[in-house]
Design a protein around this ligand. Structure first.
Ligand code: HEM
Length: 149
């Protein structure tokens, strides 16, 4: 067990909490880079955040949910099922944004731009960020219900 800001929680939960807040900060940074038309840096930073989240945090959280610590599927009395459904939608939007990013990007003078045909990348990318953020808020609610007195 570990104590953070007066709240006692299992080590793995502290890892999820700090890790997902860090991923959120990186996603925001990647979005700002896109707004500043730094497409090349935007794509590296967004890909790093997406991969770390989908390869490290989300599989570990899913494994914890199915380990029985929250009870059996569909985890009655918790918000875990809607949390997972939202995350699956975020995953689909994120994969779509990545596909369209590579499909339509234009490389020029060591930078990367999105021509008008790539506007669906922008919309799917924004959908990913919104869905991912709502999923994070849902996760924070589950955390508060379980560990904050
Ligand atoms: C999960 C992954 C990604 C997300 C969520 C995402 C999201 C976004 C968003 C929301 C914008 C529009 C920002 C705005 O103007 O409001 C954008 C722009 C852009 N994205 Fe991505 N993106 C992702 C991955 C990629 C990848 C893999 C590439 C390239 C291979 C890429 C290349 C670009 C480029 C070139 C722009 C235009 C930047 C500019 O305005 O000059 N993105 N992205």
């Amino acid at each position: 067990m570990v104590e953070l800001l007066g709240v006692v929680m299992p080590d793995i939960v502290a890892f999820f909490l700090i890790g997902e807040l860090a991923v959120f900060a990186v996603i925001v940074a990647a979005f700002v880079l896109a707004r500043l038309h730094r497409g090349r840096h935007h794509h590296y930073v967004m890909l790093a955040a997406f991969l770390v989240d989908m390869v490290v945090f989300k599989p570990l959280m899913t494994a914890r949910a199915f380990s029985g610590v929250w009870g059996e599927y569909p985890w009655s009395g918790t918000s875990i099922l809607p949390h997972m459904v939202l995350d699956s939608l975020a995953l689909v939007a994120g994969l779509g944004a990545i596909f369209l990013g590579f499909r339509y990007r234009v490389k020029k003078d060591a930078n990367m731009f999105m021509p008008p045909e790539g506007k669906m990348h922008r919309w799917l990318g924004r959908a990913f960020i919104v869905l991912w953020t709502i999923t994070l808020l849902g996760g924070l609610r589950i955390f508060m219900d379980a560990y904050v007195p």
